[in-house]
Design a protein around this ligand. Structure first.
Ligand SMILES: [Zn+2]
Length: 249
């Protein structure tokens, strides 16, 4: 069995038996995969604290024949994001990033751009001002890189340009609708929020956040992007509700 080496972000980990852990990783070269970390729950484990969620690692693992789970051999911490998680809102924001990646990314499909996006967003969360805007940037890019971001310029029903008017979206709708096609239904997404979403394209997170997006605009955009993600993964995001509550504190 060959030993593989790659960089990875720990998305989540859970107990396996008395002493082991199962770890979900998003790796740079192999995409999302799950592995068994033997003895990881023992006090003197060779993995130390490296398998905490959102740790950026270098990992060595073996594939196991006819098994879905790889076997983790060793890890080395590249960067820790524990600092972010000292504040409750930062902790929930980081968990949101992990949950979206865990649910959204197909297993065993590498995507270097998504990998770099996650690392940038986690670094961005180290300065915890305006979490909504950072998460908007993250979600807009996840949807764009996954090829499922709705058309922001045209009504999905009649094809009319949305222009500077409001647009609407709903749970089972294909995309955004104009005022005439909404038939009294749906939640509103203002032109400013669509523009904010568009503006994430071609900009690094650092430069984009310097434009100081308005809180109302980014909050409303995040609601829309979350709804798009939930439609794609066909389930509700657990951390979305926690995040909404945390921001009300
Ligand atoms: Zn229309």
């Amino acid at each position: 069995m060959p030993l593989h080496e790659t960089e990875a972000i720990v998305l989540r980990s859970y107990r396996l038996g008395e002493a082991d852990k199962i770890v979900s990783l998003f790796t740079r070269e192999f995409g999302r995969l799950r592995g068994v970390a033997g003895g990881a729950r023992r006090r003197m484990s060779r993995f130390g604290g490296s398998l905490e969620p959102l740790t950026y690692l270098r990992v060595w693992f073996y594939e196991r024949e006819n098994r879905d789970l790889v076997r983790l051999n060793s890890t080395e911490v590249v960067e820790s994001f524990m600092d972010i998680q000292r504040e409750y809102s930062g902790q929930v924001a980081a968990q949101y990033v992990a949950e979206v990646c865990d649910q959204f990314m197909p297993e065993r499909e590498s995507n270097d751009r998504v990998f770099r996006l996650i690392v940038h967003v986690l670094r961005g969360l180290k300065q915890p001002d305006h979490l909504d805007a950072i998460l908007c940037y993250f979600s807009a890019w996840m949807l764009r890189l996954g090829g499922v971001l709705s058309d922001l310029d045209q009504c999905s029903r009649c094809g009319q340009k949305l222009g500077v008017g409001a647009s609407y979206y709903g749970n089972s709708w294909e995309g955004l609708c104009c005022t005439s096609c909404r038939e009294g239904q749906g939640r509103q997404l203002a032109a400013a929020s669509r523009e904010l979403c568009r503006s994430t394209q071609g900009q690094t997170l650092e430069r984009w956040r310097q434009s100081s997006p308005e809180m109302e605009t980014s909050r409303s955009l995040r609601q829309f992007l979350d709804e798009q993600i939930e439609r794609h993964i066909e389930r509700k995001l657990v951390t979305k509700q926690l995040l909404d509550e945390a921001q009300c504190l």
